[in-house]
Ligand binder design. Sequence first.
Ligand SMILES: NC(=O)c1ccc[n+]([C@@H]2O[C@H](COP(=O)([O-])OP(=O)(O)OC[C@H]3O[C@@H](n4cnc5c(N)ncnc54)[C@H](O)[C@@H]3O)[C@@H](O)[C@H]2O)c1
Length: 283
Amino acid sequence: MNDAPTRVLVTGAAGRIGRATLELLAEQGVAAHALDQRDPGDLPADLVVEGDACDPRAVREALAGVDAVIHLAAIATPLDDPPETVFSVNTRSTYTVLELAGAAGIRRVSIASSIAMYGISFAAKPVSPAYVPIDEDLPRQAEDPYALSKQVDELTATMMARRYGMGVVALRLPFVGGAAGRLSKYAEEFAREPEQGASSLWAYLETRDAARAFVLGLSVPGPGMRAVLVAAPNTMVPQQTEDLLRRFHPGAEVRRPLPGRAAPVDTSAAARLLGFRPGYLLL
Ligand SMILES: NC(=O)c1ccc[n+]([C@@H]2O[C@H](COP(=O)([O-])OP(=O)(O)OC[C@H]3O[C@@H](n4cnc5c(N)ncnc54)[C@H](O)[C@@H]3O)[C@@H](O)[C@H]2O)c1
């Protein structure tokens, strides 16, 4: 069960993390299939299925011959679509992809969860974590459909792990972006106006590191579902983390020192499980 996958389906392959994941798999010499509702025409994959990850026919076609799945397809924010659409697309696509993968005998899966699942990122009024650094056990305070959809996705994965003896790693991602694009843009904005970054705890992960974590998730041996937080060790802003927390999350219990720009995210579980340490850091 611990041998490396030979052919991986990436869903949401045309998105920012999906494309980086396909590029990494190609670099590693691992064959890939891609599924996305829009085919941009240049995805580095042996098979590109343009279709809906909620549609069993499209998913079956994309799964043919693969031995592992990286499931990223989702509406990645609750801000642009009706709430019932965000919830239903995200949870239905995850159910469909994992059900058909399990039935096809696939036992290695990585799925995209989010730091937003705790409910802090997209709350209408500011919400603080109970404590920092946040970890996998942080109490959930979801009041938006995206957070709930990611909680349900993790439950779906837990059920599928039991149902099929599948190994699933769910990565709770922070803000993800490319160092030369979205990430630097937000880093500049949050540095000027740190209150804008408070709901994301100023945490980030560079897109290529996110791709690497998803691929590493496929090498975790044995059945079961594991959800882990991943993030760069530093924040994306120049301010001192403890000062930011005092200003914007005064109710959060600070459980250990967070010197300098230390991210208020405990990533030790991901380091243990995946051997994952981010390499692309904003200095
Ligand atoms: N980027 C972030 O900051 C971030 C943070 C936390 C979690 N995530 C999660 O990581 C995953 C990937 O995010 P991303 O940043 O690459 O997002 P993205 O929006 O760049 O890409 C998502 C891709 O999924 C596709 N897609 C959406 N619904 C689909 C469906 N029903 N069927 C087929 N394809 C569908 C879209 O066409 C798009 O290409 C998502 O699950 C997202 O929720 C992202």
